[in-house]
Design a protein around this ligand. Sequence first.
Ligand code: FES
Length: 109
Amino acid sequence: MNWIAIGTLSDIPQRGARCVDTPSGKVAVFRTAEDRVFAIDDHCPHKGGPLSQGIVHGAAVTCPLHNWVISLETGKALGADEGCVRTIPVKVEGDLLFIALEAHAHKAA
Ligand code: FES
């Protein structure tokens, strides 16, 4: 695992997100109302909508395009929809955020 620094917690508004460019694609980093931080691919499993522009509620995000709800914890679509995005490990040290990039990134099944 390569941990890369992606800024600070205060860079992300509560219930907001930011998009980080990585060698394995765009990663959406979310901060929940409870200050939990999650990172998933910024690519909706439905039609690739930008999840970082979705609405965060609890530990899930609603895709801005067609309202699929994606769990930030598992990357899975919730409800009747089926699909999954890659989840990326996040580490918080003080106010600093890091995400883990695998040497060979792969999509979660
Ligand atoms: S692209 Fe996300 S719900 Fe359709």
